[in-house]
Design a protein around this ligand. Structure first.
Ligand code: NAD
Length: 228
């Protein structure tokens, strides 16, 4: 019951959850520099946020700060990792070892955050039987039986969009409970399956809008300069 309430709280606080990895980076840097206590104000300054926002976000984790001292660094790291579930290892498979799949297999940070990709699947005969970043690639035809045997519950989906729904159905039959979907397809899945859709273009859209705003700002300040 307590875990369900915690899970609901995490989902409701999605923007706060997205900020926690940034806090973790700042706090880890502080730890490398030998700092023992870190304040919410310092974290906020480093990330261009408001201190109250940082304190509210950190309030979701089990950490308690000390007045005038801030948060003890090592326990704060443990508290953030605990809240994110990054203190335990989860096994996962990846389907589609193309450009993106290969990049993800080589991304060490996933493992550092407790996501261990134990195997990959592909339909390309040339890739089957190979190792990509030490991860073995199997035929997609063996996906269901292998995942069922291993009991893996998480899949990263990096196949072309036309293959996404079909592979998803195979993954569900194989007992997968969570899909990190990198394709642009809105997957049709039963309610019990967790899907997180990842899209670089959302970040890129934000970047473009910020660049446009910067240009408008420059143009405006130019027009405010005294005319000769
Ligand atoms: P890619 O063509 O390089 O790789 C696709 C891989 O999937 C290949 O290895 C191919 O053999 C394999 N494949 C094809 N059909 C399959 C099937 N039925 N079963 C198993 N494997 C199969 O493509 P990519 O550039 O790596 O992109 C992969 C996916 O990621 C695409 O859907 C693309 O739109 C998406 N993508 C998303 C983002 C993002 O921001 N989320 C960024 C880039 C790409």
């Amino acid at each position: 019951m307590v875990y369900l309430a915690m899970a609901k709280q995490k989902i409701a606080a999605a923007p706060s959850v997205r900020r926690l990895p940034l806090y973790l980076q700042v706090v880890r840097q502080a730890q490398r520099e030998g700092i023992q206590y870190i304040s919410g104000t310092f974290i906020a300054q480093e990330l261009n946020l408001k201190p109250i926002q940082v304190r509210k976000d950190l309030g979701m984790t089990p950490i308690i700060g000390k007045p005038k001292k801030g948060y003890p660094v090592a326990p704060l790291i443990r508290a953030i990792k605990y809240f994110l579930g990054w203190d335990t290892t989860r096994e996962a498979v990846l389907v589609g070892t193309g450009n993106l799949g290969t990049a993800l297999l080589g991304y060490q940070k996933l493992q550092d955050h407790g996501l261990l990709v134990v195997a990959a699947f592909d339909s390309n005969q040339e890739k089957i039987g190979s190792l990509i970043h030490q991860v073995p690639v199997f035929s997609v035809e063996t996906l269901e039986s292998k995942i069922l045997t291993w009991g893996v519950k998480i899949a990263l989906l990096t196949v072309p969009s036309h293959a996404a729904q079909g592979i998803t159905e195979m993954l569900i039959k194989a007992g997968i409970e969570g899909i990190w979907n990198f394709t642009n397809v809105k997957l049709k899945v039963p309610d019990r399956i967790v899907v997180q859709k990842e899209d670089l273009s959302s970040g890129y859209a934000m970047f473009c809008v910020m660049m446009q705003a910067r240009q408008i700002g420059k143009d405006c300040s130019r027009s405010l300069l005294p005319q000769r």
